[in-house]
Design a protein around this ligand. Structure first.
Ligand code: GLP
Length: 243
């Protein structure tokens, strides 16, 4: 638990940077990093960019897999998760664009796209560290309440609550928010060697309490992390308010 968002972001970025450095990735054995979108990781990304510019950490041999993407938005759409990741991280660090993987929400065969994504993660040797955020209803990636805890990458229908929460990025117009998304599953996240979950602000306090202190339940899908041997929850004071 960190006093504020700034310190939460510094802690998480330094943890990730140290993990990449300790691994000493090479072209033959890259470091595989799972990444989220959302406002929670923005500070962490800013700090990772700074650490990269200062030469403390390199992304040259880092391979990334993003958690999710809206169905129906092109990579160029201002609210696509492709665009978010390029604007807020990838275009500002020394990553090789070929090493970036994000689900294609415009794929002709969405099921095939999801299966191919899972296969690619496996081929890459599995995810070393999955960074995540949490929705106010406890969702992880787009694994909405009552998603199977053994789920893998698939198409998911977004709940009304998620559409309302994300409408802030779509001119506050819920009708503009896509109704479905492609998302890694809970099992995909839990298969990672390590998971680091960020939550800030009091709006997340109830979800954090359910995730950390409640029973492992499909009702709060992030609670599956309780069963993960190496999962770290990084909070600011307000997000820890119900613990
Ligand atoms: C979306 C994303 C999640 C993210 C959540 C919370 O639903 N699919 O990965 O954790 O929003 O977002 P924020 O960090 O903006 O609160």
């Amino acid at each position: 638990i960190q006093p504020d968002y700034e310190n939460l972001s510094l802690w998480a970025a330094r943890y990730i940077a140290r993990s990449i450095k300790d691994f000493s990735p090479t072209a033959a054995k890259p470091y595989v990093l799972g990444l989220p979108t959302g406002s929670s990781p923005l500070g962490t990304y800013r700090e990772l960019i700074r650490l990269n510019k200062e030469g403390y950490v390199s992304f040259k041999h880092v391979v990334t897999f993003n958690m999710d993407e809206y169905v129906g938005l092109s990579a160029e759409h201002p609210q696509s998760y492709h665009r978010f990741m390029w604007d807020n991280l990838f275009s500002r660090v020394d990553i090789n664009p070929k090493n970036v993987h994000i689900l294609d929400g415009l794929a002709e065969d969405l099921e095939l796209e999801c299966a191919a994504y899972e296969a690619l993660i496996t081929e890459s040797g599995g995810i070393r560290l999955f960074l995540g955020g949490i929705g106010a209803d406890g969702h992880l990636a787009f694994n909405e309440p009552f998603s199977s805890l053994s789920s893998r990458t698939r198409v998911k229908t977004l709940t009304y609550d998620t559409k309302v929460a994300n409408s802030r990025f779509f001119d506050n117009d819920i009708s503009k928010v896509p109704s479905t998304a492609l998302t890694v599953g809970i099992k995909t996240v839990c298969d990672a060697h390590e998971v680091v979950l960020l939550a800030n602000g009091h709006a997340k306090a109830r979800a954090v309490q359910a995730m950390v202190e409640g029973g492992v339940s499909q009702a709060w899908t992030a609670s599956a992390l309780q069963l993960h041997p190496r999962s770290i929850v990084v909070l600011d004071e307000p997000a820890s308010g119900e613990l």
